[in-house]
Design a protein around this ligand. Structure first.
Ligand SMILES: Nc1nc2c(ncn2[C@@H]2O[C@H](COP(=O)(O)OP(=O)(O)OP(=O)(O)O)[C@@H](O)[C@H]2O)c(=O)[nH]1
Ligand SMILES: [Mg+2]
Ligand SMILES: [Zn+2]
Length: 353
């Protein structure tokens, strides 16, 4: 890579850690070229390379060898590609991720889906003047922390008044909230300052809260489609249909995502880097496998009794723990099944050969 090529990738978030990872791959496959997945499509991805944006497909071997979609390239991923003259390039590898936001895939038993990769912060959008769903906010916060990203709550549409603001602040007292209006511009500069060059953030939240409108306020490079003023038939329609990276004017990278009403939590054992207040408290229970319901010495029940913690916050925590356990058990069974199938194929191949 020339200095100019490297600089063009740094503008999209390239880091020194990636230099090392790429050098290692290139020692064996010198033709590989780095790029960042800008938009994830069904068959084809759009990938930013030092030489411009390319269409790329994923090497079939990479897909075959992946246990789950978690290992496949997602929006925000840095990848190594084989260039193709004038045609569709091929993604050969996914470079090591700094963070991975993973949810339980919608409508699936126990499959992980990478929402975005390599984001420093997850911006959780929620509209002022609308019903606040504390459980939903908390889930997004947990999703961010489990993946290694810093959560930030972005309260949108402040021009409509600040009703709901107190409920938002109370839902996640340990998470910072920024109040913004893309319509009158208030708070937009404060957000822009949080995406300096070299940083990547992703905007998540339900459909219609104004994620794409906010991206448009931060990015002059490309106008995103936003929902037209809502008619009676507009309800429930999702305007944004894919995850896509944009460069904030004079700053880093922002990823717009399609509306997600609910997120199913996904657990990789030990992946949770920073615990929230309830998790931290739960670690102080007398028994390490405390169910927080009947055991003596339960730190959560004690905190509720003292009025230090709201009972419904504990209930939501317990509900989420149950969900994550269910997802983990399912995922392991699936991996075992896959490994078994591979072993069986190997035996059959030996017999035939
Ligand atoms: N009053 C007001 N309306 C806004 C603001 N931001 C967005 N809107 C409106 O809210 C509606 C939805 O905005 P979008 O930006 O398309 O919402 P989204 O979150 O990207 O929605 P999906 O792409 O479906 O997930 C549009 O009609 C916007 O004009 C704001 O700051 N104030
Ligand atoms: Mg949108
Ligand atoms: Zn307990």
């Amino acid at each position: 890579m020339t200095d100019a090529e490297r600089a063009s990738l740094v503008a999209w978030g390239w880091t020194a850690a990636l230099d090392a990872a790429l050098a290692e791959l290139r020692a064996r496959e010198p033709h590989l070229v780095p790029g960042r997945v800008r938009a994830q499509g069904r068959g084809e991805h759009r990938v930013i390379t030092a030489g411009g944006e390319r269409a790329a497909r994923v090497r079939r071997r990479l897909e075959r060898e992946a246990d789950t979609a978690r290992e496949l390239p997602a929006a925000g991923d840095w990848v190594a590609l084989s260039p193709a003259e004038g045609a569709v390039w091929v993604v050969e590898r996914v470079l090591p991720r700094s963070t991975t936001i993973v949810r339980r895939a919608a409508g699936s038993d126990a499959l992980p889906q990478v929402v975005v990769a390599n984001v420093d912060a997850l911006w959780i959008a929620t509209a002022l003047g609308a019903d606040v769903r504390p459980g939903r906010l908390e889930r997004f916060v947990r999703l961010a922390r489990a993946g290694g990203a810093v959560p930030l709550i972005v309260a949108t549409k402040a021009d409509r008044g600040l009703s709901g603001g107190a409920a938002i602040a109370a839902a996640c007292p340990d998470v910072e909230t920024v109040i913004v209006s893309a319509l009158d511009g208030s708070g937009v500069d404060a957000l822009r300052a949080r995406v300096p060059l070299g940083r990547t953030v992703a905007l998540v939240g339900p459909s219609g809260v104004g994620k794409s409108t906010l991206v448009n306020a931060l990015v002059s490079e490309a106008r995103q489609r936003t929902r037209a003023v809502r008619g009676s038939d507009g309800k429930g329609r999702h305007e944004t249909t894919r995850r896509e990276l944009f460069r904030v004017d004079g700053g880093g990278v922002i990823i717009d995502t399609p509306g997600l009403r609910e997120v199913g939590l996904w657990s990789d054992a030990g992946a949770e880097r920073a615990a929230d207040a309830v998790t931290a408290l739960a670690e102080r229970c007398r028994f390490s496998d405390c169910s927080h319901r009947t055991e003596p010495g339960c730190a959560l029940r004690a905190a509720v009794a003292e009025g230090a913690l709201a009972a419904d916050r504990v209930e939501r925590f317990l509900q989420q723990e149950l969900e994550r356990d269910a997802a983990r058990v399912g995922g392991e069974a699936r991996r075992r099944g896959r490994a078994g199938a591979r072993a069986l194929r190997a035996v059959l191949a030996r017999k035939r050969g």
